[in-house]
Write a protein that binds this ligand. Structure first.
Ligand code: BTN
Length: 261
């Protein structure tokens, strides 16, 4: 079985109307985020996806490096022009789409969850990350570049620094799978949920139910600060509500949960 992908095979495999209506497939890039942002600035159609075989400077949240070895995983940036009213639901929508995709591929008993705000995990190990970069044009139009990195046929056990904290679809299944199947499922799920949001549905409750952070005592690093508290709930915007040791509550809109118990 071949696991190669190409511009044509991606386009042919998709059965979506919007997501992936235009596919840019590249061999090696610094980051698909920059290619997608340039295309959006030039007026690319909403739904355009940029997929690369490898990234030399793949980036994650907090300017971290996103490991992007060639030919193994999915590195995709999606261009959307969402209405400001539901902008906060975009990253929730992506995380839920990835969970839905994994649920259709992995064994039923797999424990798939989201660590707030949008790390997708299997049995507590990160399998996918989402990076949303928003810009507002002079015309007031909102551009969202949504980066998704999903480990597919990546043997994370070979890399000491991530072997304990990361996994991949092949790591969970015990065998490799075709990336087209994953791309097709992910784009269909993104489209279904995006159309739902556009027609006024909220994704927040589904996203909240997938979070493994709620109810846990957590440490959260936010800028220079480390905040400790009980993660009690999330609000409609996706902010995390913490109950601090002194009983006060705090709403956090960004940061990294470094421990949860
Ligand atoms: C994170 O969890 O820190 C987010 C990781 C996002 C990685 C993806 S891979 C495709 C796109 N291009 C990048 O450089 N980053 C995102």
């Amino acid at each position: 079985m071949t696991y190669d992908i190409s511009q044509d095979s991606i386009s042919d495999s998709l059965n979506t109307k919007l997501i992936g209506n235009y596919v840019v497939y590249l061999d090696s890039v610094e980051s698909t985020m920059d290619i997608a942002a340039d295309l959006a600035m030039q007026g690319a159609a909403e739904g355009t996806i940029v997929i690369a075989e490898e990234q030399i400077k793949g980036r994650g949240r907090f300017d971290r490096t996103w490991m992007s070895p060639s030919g193994k995983n999915l590195y995709m940036s999606l261009i959307l022009y969402p209405d400001m009213r539901y902008l906060h639901q975009i990253s929730m929508m992506c995380a839920v789409s990835i969970v839905d995709t994994l649920s259709s591929i992995l064994a039923e008993e797999s424990s798939i969850s989201i660590k707030w705000p949008n790390d997708v995990r299997v049995s507590g190990k990160k399998i996918a990350g989402i990076l949303v970069e928003n810009r507002i044009l002079e015309s007031s139009e909102q551009i969202s570049i949504i980066g998704i990195g999903l480990n597919i046929n990546f043997d994370t056990t070979e890399i000491a620094e991530i072997s304990e904290i990361a996994t991949s679809i092949s790591g969970e299944l015990g065998y490799q799978i075709g990336r087209l199947e994953v791309i097709n499922s992910l784009c269909s799920n993104l489209e279904r949920l995006y159309f739902g949001i556009q027609s006024g549905e909220s994704i927040k409750v589904r996203w909240e139910n997938m979070l493994d952070t709620i109810g846990k005592r957590i440490k959260l690093s936010s800028g220079e600060d480390i905040i400790e508290g009980l993660a009690s709930s999330v609000d409609e915007e996706g902010n995390l509500l913490l109950i601090l040791k002194n009983g006060e509550s705090l709403s956090v809109n960004a940061g990294e949960v470094t421990s949860q118990m």
